[in-house]
Each structure stands twice: as C-alpha cells, then as structure tokens.
Write a protein that binds this ligand. Structure first.
Ligand SMILES: C[S@@+](CC[C@H](N)C(=O)[O-])C[C@H]1O[C@@H](n2cnc3c(N)ncnc32)[C@H](O)[C@@H]1O
Length: 254
C-alpha cells in the first residue's frame, strides 16, 4: 500500500504562479523588443525589463524563500534546549499546515506537548486548514503530543503563563489589523511562563540577502528593528538575533 504523505502545501502558491506567468510575458516582450526596430523596440525593451523587475524577480524570489524555509533546521537547532525543560509546553502561533510545528513536536522525546493555533488563511499556504494540520500530525505520528485549533495571535485562546516556549515563524508580518502586531506581542507575553522563551522568525527587509532573493517582494516584510522595538516595548528581555540568508530569528525571554 502506498504510504500517505503529509500535505504541507506551498506558501503563497497563487501569487507565485501569477507573478511568474506575468514575468514570463515580460521576458517575451524583452526578447521580441531585441528582434524589431523603431519606437516599439524601445517600448518593449523598457516594459519587458520593468515587468521582469517587478514580477519575475519576486516571483522567483518567493519560490526561493519557500525552498529556504523547508528544512526548519535553523529553528529547531536553536531549540535544542528543549530536552532540558521538564514536560515542555509549547505554542506555535500561526501553525498553518504544521510545517514548523510538527518538526518541533518530533523533537519532544521526553514528554511535553505542542499546541498550534491559526486563523487558516487560504492566501498564505495552499490547503491551509485545521483538518490538514491534524491529518499531517497523524501521518507524521505526532498526534498524541500535538493539539491544533482555531485561534488568532491577537486573542490567544489559552490561560496566562501556560507555555515554556512560544514560536511564531513567518506569521506576524501577516497580522495587519489595527494594532494587530502589538496585541499579538502582548498576548504572547501573557501566555508565556516567567522565564519562558519566545522565538520570532521573520524575513528582514533591510538585509541584502532578502533584497537579492526577493526583489520588491521584500516590502511585504518589516525591518529587523521593527520587531526588536516591539519586543522591547512588551517587556521581553535577553533579546538575541541570528540571521540565515536574510531570514532572522529573535529569541526573547519573559
Ligand atoms: C507564511 S504562513 C507560516 C505558517 C507556519 N508558521 C510555517 O512555518 O509553516 C503564515 C501563517 O500565519 C497565519 N496567520 C495570519 N494571521 C494570523 C493571526 N492573526 N493569527 C494566527 N495565525 C495567523 C496564516 O493563516 C498562515 O497559516
């Protein structure tokens, strides 16, 4: 019998397809511009180049970002202190289809539990749904140490000081409602135990690697200092930052 595979889905699949199709039209216009003469040549060369810069570059960049995030090795290696916490209680905010959450749950060798919440936005990940993440946890054999449910970062459905670790990977830049990111910081602080650790991962718009990979798509992300300022405002301490290819991980303690 064929083994069932988890379905983690592509990030922003429709945007990737749309941007790359328009980008290919840009290449076609640019090449055609080379082959002809007159005013149309100038128009096609300039518009082709503009379309390549605005659509093809970020289109390819989004594919690269997706591939760079697949392993989650950077994050889980940072959480290697996991086995030092007795019965760790972990919350993954914006768990989506469970790509990061399930990877972390697999590291829980000596007890502990991972909870995941999400609003399951369809724009962010293909097939994003509560059913999908629960089914993925079943296939990956971590269903007895995970609980997934609907819940927003801005109104976390758990009591105060429940978690040793809260993780939010590539999520908070998507929280756009008024004061959303501020509310999310406040909520994450509230549900962490004193001394608990918050892992916040986001692309850093001001890093040259992020610009090189994503072109204009970098503007979807915030500057590193934006997150640091928010963390400080909400009383997080011992803030550290590490970056891999433009993708940054903050760790911060309550
Ligand atoms: C780029 S995906 C990242 C998913 C997951 N963290 C991962 O590493 O694969 C962003 C996720 O954030 C979720 N999201 C957006 N706004 C949210 C909010 N206010 N509360 C909880 N989740 C949210 C989206 O539904 C989506 O699943």
């Amino acid at each position: 019998m064929k083994e069932e595979k988890p379905k983690y889905g592509w990030y922003v699949k429709n945007l990737i397809i749309g941007f790359n199709i328009i980008g290919l039209l840009g290449i076609t216009a640019f090449i055609y511009g080379f082959l002809i003469n007159g005013l149309l040549k100038i128009i096609l060369l300039i518009s082709g180049l503009a379309i390549i810069l605005v659509f093809l570059w970020p289109g390819i960049g989004m594919v690269m970002m997706h591939l760079l995030l697949l392993g989650r090795i950077y994050l889980v290696s940072k959480m290697k202190g996991l086995d030092e916490i007795e019965n760790p209680q972990i919350l993954d905010v914006g768990c989506g289809t469970g790509r990061t959450a399930i990877r972390i749950a697999k590291e829980l060798k000596n007890g502990g539990h991972l909870y995941g919440i999400d609003i399951y936005s369809k724009l962010a990940i293909q097939g994003n749904a509560l059913d999908t993440v629960q089914n993925n946890a079943h296939i990956e054999k971590v269903e007895n140490k995970t609980t997934f449910q609907y819940g927003s970062a801005t109104d976390i459905p758990f009591e105060d000081e429940k978690f040793d670790i809260v993780n939010a990977s590539s999520v908070l830049h998507e929280v756009h409602d008024s004061n959303g990111q501020e509310n999310a910081m406040q909520e994450i602080y509230r549900v962490l135990k004193p001394g608990g650790c918050f892992y916040l991962s986001e692309w850093n718009r001001t890093s040259w690697q992020c610009v090189a990979i994503g072109g204009l798509c970098c503007f979807a992300f915030k500057k590193k200092d934006h997150w640091k300022t928010l963390l400080e405002k909400y009383n997080f301490k011992e803030i550290t930052y590490e970056t891999t290819a433009g993708f940054g991980i903050f760790t911060a303690k309550k």
